[in-house]
Design a protein around this ligand. Structure first.
Ligand SMILES: NC(=O)c1ccc[n+]([C@@H]2O[C@H](COP(=O)([O-])OP(=O)(O)OC[C@H]3O[C@@H](n4cnc5c(N)ncnc54)[C@H](OP(=O)(O)O)[C@@H]3O)[C@@H](O)[C@H]2O)c1
Length: 301
């Protein structure tokens, strides 16, 4: 593919436009896969599809993370509470990729909230991840000393140790409260959202505020039989895509960053293969109708 064609293809992908098969094959054949970016409200670019690492640990976890990177994932999502930052760090090293080409997210757990404790927890995360900066650091849950934690994160951001700061699991009201005292606007709210819990109120208010929505559990971990859902399967059949791919494409066209996790190479590859088709308006509407408007994880609420 020559440079001109490459640029045309890249901008088409960035715009979320479906590409003719002949063009996509050039990407699909050449590993790793190119994932489009979104520009966050502070100008930092972030991949629109990433890799979740919850439960990925030990040598198998390290291998999964290294393999994900080699397949083309650049955004890695971890958290202190997952107890796996050291394995994510080892996976990054094992992949052999230049750290600067990755977008690494970690999260501050509730027990570490507070001004000094946030800085301490952040430094421990850096050490475990074998890095000297984070691309994104999130307050994991809106509990504890949120204001003090945010102040510490603002300082770490201003010192250049974190490229972007944000929150997770904040309701629109909790985000409003944080913004009443924040000197640095959050770039992201990472929330549970998927076909069965579309979080329309949060989705619309984040859009208005210019804050990126990021989907955790974009497959609801397969709950409510998402991987065998007949409505999703009927849509997928038209494009020769699986339910997982339809879900991820729906997130992508909705403008939501998704971070699917998989312990299997075949699933990790499948989840990246979503850039050569486009869901029609009626497909998108059919998925909208699947909304149950309730969490699939009541035990985490
Ligand atoms: N901020 C928060 O509070 C929060 C909470 C939860 C999660 N997260 C983040 O969000 C990430 C993703 O969420 P999650 O890990 O809870 O669940 P998920 O990504 O919704 O689902 C993971 C499950 O889907 C299966 N799967 C993946 N790809 C598949 C495919 N193509 N076909 C069939 N099955 C497939 C995986 O099984 P296999 O391993 O067998 O492929 C695994 O059981 C987490 O890893 C974490 O980084 C954040």
């Amino acid at each position: 593919m020559n440079r001109r064609k490459f640029l045309k293809v890249s901008s088409a992908i960035a715009a979320g436009v479906a590409l003719p098969m002949s063009v996509t094959r050039a990407f699909a054949g050449a590993s790793p896969v190119a994932i489009p970016d979104v520009t966050l409200n502070n100008g930092v670019k972030m991949p629109r599809l990433g890799f979740g690492t919850l439960y990925l640990k030990d040598d198998a976890g390290v291998d999964s993370i290294a393999d994900a990177i080699n397949l083309g994932y650049r955004l890695l999502d971890t958290a202190t509470i997952y107890g796996n930052e050291e394995f994510v760090g080892r996976g990054i090293k094992k992949s052999g990729i230049d750290r600067k080409k990755l977008f690494v997210t970690s999260k501050l757990w509730v027990d570490d909230s507070g001004y000094e404790s946030t800085k301490q927890a952040f430094n421990i995360s850096l050490k475990k991840l074998q890095t000297d900066y984070l691309d994104l650091y999130l307050i994991h849950r809106p509990r504890g000393k949120v204001k003090e934690s945010w102040q510490a994160m603002e300082e770490l951001h201003q010192q250049g140790k974190i490229r972007a700061i944000g929150v997770s699991n904040f309701s629109p009201a909790q985000l409003e409260e944080l913004m009443s005292y924040a000197r640095v606007k959050p770039v992201i709210n990472q929330v549970e959202t998927h076909a069965y819990f579309q979080e329309m109120e949060s989705y619309q208010s984040l859009q208005k505020q210019g804050i990126q929505m990021e989907a955790w559990s974009p497959f609801a971990q397969g709950r409510n039989n998402m991987f065998s859902d007949e409505a999703l399967a009927a849509i997928g059949k038209k494009y020769n895509k699986t339910n997982a791919q339809v879900c991820l494409r729906w997130h992508f066209q909705r403008g939501v960053v998704a971070i699917p996790r998989s312990s299997q190479h075949a699933h990790r590859a499948e989840n990246l293969d979503i850039f050569d088709f486009e869901l029609s308006d009626s497909d998108m509407q059919a998925i909208t109708k699947l909304d149950l408007n309730t969490t699939q994880f009541p035990e985490w609420s």
